[in-house]
Write a protein that binds this ligand. Structure first.
Ligand code: SAM
Length: 775
């Protein structure tokens, strides 16, 4: 990942624990405050909630949400993690009783694939009062920290699921921060790709709020994908992505998938954002309608024909939901169609989208038609908040939209619609260029027939007509320009307005620069790790010419976007940190080490610094600080002997002899003179150990005990020293240390002294990371 702007990230109330009630106010929020008369009147009047379900609906809205989480799907380890969660943690929860009541067992979300999403009913009280639950709680926190689990509201998981993501898709998440859905999109793109290969597609995560873009960087970084980037634009005028850098003949690409998870009134989130209760009023939704429509419209404009756009809100309000979709369908004149997504969500309870609804003034009076709008409101709201005519409704099929009501399965409220683009939007440049090209092609064909040119004439003609011929075919879309079309023809009434020119004012990111194979920095890295000539140096990115301290890896598609859009797109972040500069006197041939973030992606390319380890070695290396090599198996020692000191990749693979865990575990580390070291962060190491069958709580206890023992040893050594200093005798301390450590301790002490002469893990390894990685 690239650089983070200092001091710009806010936590946005992100909770670190897994207890129920992630709201701003908390569980103690007065139940009486969870009421709003106008809200009740408005929604009763909409007919969205069946009359006989109203009480249950309203009562559910007042309850805090249960916890839901997903196991992140594209890592090979997800199945192993799932079986561990089910076997080790959930099975212990089955008969837990708190205050005489049996705790509800974890519930698998049926509509989420491969049993990877779960719902839990955990309150602080319950977690505290039960050992199995507190273990599960600690486990979930640790796994969330390393990205193996994502805590996410159940309904919020739906939009990416119905996008039908493939690994070659060009995907845009228009309103992406804080990035929980972006994470899903990245996961699905990778899941669709054979193990060990990178998707040819990409995910662009955009948000108009610069600070919130940085919030997203953290979320996206956890997935360690070289195929995504974070950008910062107003979604209503999101710039088209250029596919070449030729100013005179610009070409563009459209997206295969667009997610518009638009800003909204959020009245579906009342169960966690309790302040929505007091702030809600009937015009809130209508006030958001215009912006939502603009974002959706731009999304449809930059969607490729045949592509799918998913529109979602966490609001139940038709003004923000069906009304926006209806207006888009109306203005698209058949170019956009709603897609039936119900089959993609087996077992999900929902209500179908509606074709009629009502509008209310802020004071709570119903307005049945646009004509009845009070003059003051005419300037405030768009007329498109009103429902479609019966004729329109018949064409629109708004019942293909889905609305999830909180009481249906104990969730938040949500709305989702999937649209398919069947042809270019009327008035769009693509449509115009296509029409022009078709007309020209027809004209050329009839002229050709009339004139029947000689062979030499034909050659000249076809070369002259190349641009038009290309435009006439599918390349029309790619070649469309944002300005070219307008120069040829003024917009006609009903045409899409020309998108505003993007400005790059205030854009302060460091540049995104790419390595070349000729860069003097590259050959030592390539040769030291045996990366092979086919590993593309051109995909390695850095942010500053001075020093090149950190190198990042991006996919070809991401690189192409950067190269062709340098002064058009406000890039915030991309790439996975791959190599980090850490010069060591012991490794004069290469100043860089591999980082944990990219080790899994890079491992298939590493031929020289790879050590395969058995389970016991993997446990030793990931759990101990600087284990001596002699503690490892003979096979591992043999491999290490053949290797010079320096950055190393360690890998455990399941085998017949050691079938469990059923997944590879790869971690980066260091081969020292007489010891090895794991450079994974504390949570990466805990995650690896958990997969290797070690109990996290036991590990934590052991680490704490080791720390305590060290502290005590240090303290007693200090006391000893001061006593000896007084007595003028300096032999006793060493004797005591040997007594405590025994034979191995003696050997340890000798070797440690030897290693101390070569400052292995301070000057050999990267000082910063060594500090950061030490657990
Ligand atoms: C509902 S939230 C998105 C949540 C996100 N998709 C997720 O799942 O984590 C809406 C986001 O839209 C952003 N936003 C508001 N107006 C926007 C605009 N004109 N263009 C792009 N993003 C916008 C907000 O900053 C906010 O982060």
């Amino acid at each position: 990942m690239g650089r983070k702007k200092r001091g710009t990230v806010r936590s946005y109330g992100k909770e670190k624990n897994f207890n129920r009630g992630g709201g701003k106010v908390g569980e103690g929020y007065d139940l009486a405050m969870r009421d709003n008369e106008l809200f009740a009147k408005y929604y009763k009047g909409q007919g969205i909630v069946p009359e006989d379900e109203w009480e249950e609906f309203y009562a559910t809205l007042k309850k805090t949400l249960p916890v839901t989480f997903r196991i992140t799907g594209y890592k090979s380890q997800s199945e192993e993690l799932l079986s561990m969660i089910k076997g080790k943690y959930f099975s212990n929860m089955l008969d837990v009783q708190v205050d005489g009541e049996t705790i509800a067992p974890p519930k698998c979300l049926s509509w989420y694939p491969k049993e990877l999403a779960w719902q839990l009913d955990l309150t602080r009280k319950i977690v505290r009062s039960s050992e199995p639950l507190s273990r599960l709680h600690d486990f979930l926190i640790a796994e969330t920290e390393c990205g193996a689990i994502s805590r996410q509201e159940a309904v919020s998981m739906i939009p990416p699921l119905v996008m039908d993501i493939k690994s070659h898709h060009k995907i845009l998440d228009m309103c992406a921060s804080p990035g929980s859905k972006t994470a899903q999109l990245i996961e699905y793109m990778h899941s669709d790709c054979p193990q060990g290969e990178l998707p040819s597609g990409y995910v662009i995560a955009n948000d108009t709020d610069n600070k919130r873009c940085y919030l997203m960087v953290h979320q996206v970084k956890r997935l360690q994908s070289p195929c995504c980037m974070v950008v910062n634009h107003d979604g209503t005028v999101f710039p088209k992505i250029r596919t070449n850098a030729d100013e005179h003949n610009p070409q563009f690409q459209l997206f295969d998938r667009v997610l518009c998870d638009v800003p909204c009134s959020g009245d579906g989130t009342m169960r966690k954002n309790f302040d929505v209760w007091s702030k809600w009023h009937p015009l809130q939704g209508a006030n958001m309608h215009g912006l939502q429509l603009k974002i959706l419209r731009r999304g449809c404009q930059i969607l490729a024909v045949g592509g799918r756009l998913v529109y979602s809100t966490c609001s139940l309000n038709p003004a923000e939901d069906e009304a926006v979709i209806a207006e888009m369908l109306r203005s698209s004149q058949g170019a956009m169609e709603l897609v039936d997504i119900q089959d993609m969500l087996p077992g999900l309870k929902f209500t179908k989208g509606v074709s009629s609804w009502r509008v209310m003034t802020k004071a709570g009076e119903w307005i049945e038609s646009a004509e009845e709008l009070p003059p003051a409101m005419k300037t405030q709201v768009k007329l498109t908040i009103f429902p479609p005519t019966p004729e329109e409704a018949e064409k629109f099929h708004l019942d293909k939209c889905i609305r999830i009501l909180p009481h249906q399965q104990n969730t938040g409220g949500f709305f989702v619609a999937a649209l398919q683009k069947v042809r270019h939007l009327p008035g769009s440049r693509e449509a115009r260029l296509e029409a022009e090209a078709t007309a020209k092609a027809a004209e050329a064909a009839s002229t050709a027939e009339e004139q029947a040119p000689t062979e030499s004439e034909q050659t000249v003609k076809s070369s002259e007509s190349v641009p038009e011929t290309e435009t006439a075919q599918s390349a029309a879309v790619e070649e469309a320009t944002e300005t070219g079309g307008d120069k040829r023809k003024a917009p006609q009434s009903g045409e899409e307005p020309k998108p505003k020119k993007q400005r790059m004012y205030g854009y302060k990111e460091d540049p995104f620069l790419f390595m070349t194979a000729e860069d003097p920095v590259w050959p030592p890295i390539r040769d030291f790790f045996g990366l092979g000539e086919d590993f593309p140096a051109s995909l390695i990115l850095y942010r500053s010419e001075q020093g090149k301290r950190s190198l990042y890896y991006v996919s070809q598609a991401i690189r192409d976007i950067v190269r062709c859009n340098e002064n058009r797109i406000r890039f915030i972040n991309m790439g996975v940190k791959t190599f980090s500069r850490s010069p060591s006197p012991l490794v004069p041939e290469c100043d860089f080490r591999i980082t944990q973030e990219c080790v899994a992606t890079l491992q298939p390319h590493v031929t020289k610094r790879l050590v395969t380890v058995n389970k016991s070695d993997a446990i030793i290396i990931t759990s101990q600080e600087n284990p001596f090599t002699f503690k490892l198996s003979d096979d591992t020692q043999e491999q290490l002997k053949k290797m010079s000191p320096g950055s190393t990749v360690f890998m455990f693979s399941p085998s017949e002899k050691e079938p469990s865990p059923k997944c590879e575990i790869v971690f980066c580390g260091w081969r020292g003179k007489a010891s090895v070291r794991c450079f994974g962060s504390r949570c990466d190491r805990a995650h690896a150990l958990m997969l290797l069958g070690e109990d996290l709580k036991e590990i934590n206890k052991r680490v704490a005990a080791e720390k305590q023992a060290k502290l005590e040893a240090k303290k007693s050594a200090e006391q000893e020293d001061s006593a000896l200093a007084k007595e003028g005798d300096d032999d006793g301390g060493a004797e005591e240390a040997d007594d405590v450590k025994g034979e191995e301790g003696e050997k340890d002490n000798q070797l440690k002294e030897e290693e101390a002469k070569v400052p292995e893990d301070s000057s050999e390894g990267p000082p910063e990371d060594a500090k950061e990685d030490a657990s």
